[in-house]
Design a protein around this ligand. Structure first.
Ligand SMILES: *[C@@H]1O[C@H](CO)[C@@H](O)[C@H](O)[C@H]1NC(C)=O
Ligand SMILES: *[C@@H]1O[C@H](CO)[C@@H](O)[C@H](O)[C@H]1NC(C)=O
Ligand SMILES: *[C@@H]1O[C@H](CO)[C@@H](O)[C@H](O)[C@H]1NC(C)=O
Ligand SMILES: *[C@@H]1O[C@H](CO)[C@@H](O)[C@H](O)[C@H]1NC(C)=O
Ligand SMILES: [Zn+2]
Ligand SMILES: [Zn+2]
Length: 360
């Protein structure tokens, strides 16, 4: 009886340890409908006309293609190029497209296929992406996708750190009430605080705050002008600058039930992303992560993924109250950056119950 129980429990333990990873690797039983059409959000919004470049590849010559080259150059691709861009789809544009596809987790074709164009026209953060050359992801970043700014700057103060933040007294938006904006930033800061020993506290003195939040339209003096509806949504500077700017021309939303515009952008998702930059994280290649560069209109993305958490904890260490950390350590390699799948846990539980029932 004893040995039977022992065997039984060993079997259960083995199943418990095997099933979650086995299930997460199994091929999905359903396939997603492939993206074949680039849906235009608003013809006039920034970059939407890039859909004219659909299916262009090496050797193509398309009017206005120079503008796309400028786009890639601005976001960290096609660097070191003569800025006198032509409309020819040349070899360097092909490798820029391939690098972009690798960074965004798209299939690397070097062509402007539908998925790639859909990503290019998506609104995004104004900061450039980290470009390391093809093959880098596969070799160095098999598990970790998070990135830092050159030199890995962070807020170099003794831990635990308290950073102050303030809202510009002059450059805010009137479409949303200030208390609503403050609530959004309160939650966004607290989200990062919960995983690292860094606290944020609001002060009224804008000039003396570590982190200064402002909404600007167009050119606002830092060499990174905003571009109107969609396109670039916001940008923030690496440590210890503390500047966090949002494009005042966006239709910022806190509740899509109230804000019906099809170009509405979720303020909290963008705030959470930009605070990641303020702390020292650059763009990740992991689609699910907060630090992924783009965000579709009318989309909310608020949860820090393991990729975000590992990245920021490597800079500041873990918040002592963050209990989840050690628990997840063993799953980090296989589940890097993905949210914990409740479904997998449920299936495992179901199998356990089923096995027990069969044994009784
Ligand atoms: C787009 O721009 C054109 C010309 O600038 C204007 O006439 C048209 O009303 C705009 N359309 C939208 C949907 O804003
Ligand atoms: C840019 O390219 C065009 C066409 O190749 C050429 O005529 C022009 O001189 C170039 N300008 C500069 C500044 O290189
Ligand atoms: C940060 O907040 C936590 C919880 O509110 C608190 O225990 C801790 O002392 C704070 N740290 C600092 C540096 O204020
Ligand atoms: C958010 O608000 C709560 C409640 O007022 C406060 O305890 C917390 O410190 C605030 N967090 C930030 C980041 O301001
Ligand atoms: Zn960004
Ligand atoms: Zn700015």
């Amino acid at each position: 009886m004893f040995s039977f129980l022992k065997l039984y429990y060993s079997f259960l333990l083995i199943c418990l340890s095997l099933f979650p990873s086995f299930l997460s690797r199994a091929t999905p039983k359903y396939t997603l409908t492939p993206v074949t059409v680039t849906t235009l959000i608003d013809k006039n919004a920034t970059w939407q006309h890039f859909d004219a470049f659909l299916d262009a590849g090496r050797g193509s010559h398309v009017r206005g293609l120079w503008e796309l080259k400028k786009y890639f150059n601005h976001f960290g691709y096609l660097q070191g190029q003569n800025l006198n861009f032509t409309d020819s789809f040349d070899e360097s544009l092909e490798s820029a497209v391939a690098q972009y596809q690798a960074n965004f987790g798209l299939s690397v074709t070097g062509k402007l296929d539908a998925d790639t164009v859909a990503e290019v026209v998506s609104p995004r953060c104004g900061l450039a992406d980290e470009v390391h050359g093809l093959g880098h992801q596969a070799m160095l970043h098999a598990t970790n996708h998070f990135e830092y700014f050159p030199g890995q700057p962070r807020w170099a103060r003794p831990m635990p750190i308290t950073l102050t933040y303030a809202f510009s007294p002059l450059h805010m938006i009137s479409a949303l009430p200030l208390p609503k904006i403050k609530e959004v930033f309160n939650r966004s800061f607290d989200r990062w605080s919960s995983v690292i020993p860094v606290n944020f506290t609001e002060i009224n003195d804008y000039m003396f705050a570590d982190i200064r939040i402002a909404f600007y339209k167009g050119d606002h003096g830092d060499g990174e002008p905003f571009d109107g509806a969609l396109g670039v949504l916001a940008h923030a500077f690496s440590p210890e600058s503390g500047r966090l700017h949002l494009d005042a021309a966006e239709t910022w939303a806190v509740d899509f039930g109230q804000e019906m515009s099809k170009v509405a952008v979720d303020l909290e998702s963008v705030a959470t992303h930009e605070i990641g930059h303020v702390l020292g994280l650059a763009h990740t290649t992991n689609k699910e992560s907060i630090m992924y560069p783009s965000l579709k209109p009318r989309t909310r993305k608020l949860e820090l993924t393991l990729d975000d958490i590992k990245g920021v904890q490597a800079l500041y260490g873990s918040n002592p109250n963050y209990k989840f950390g050690s628990l997840l350590e063993s799953d980090i390699s296989s589940n890097q950056g993905t949210r914990f799948s409740i479904a997998d846990i449920k299936v495992t539980t179901f199998l356990l119950v089923l096995m027990m029932w069969l044994h009784i």
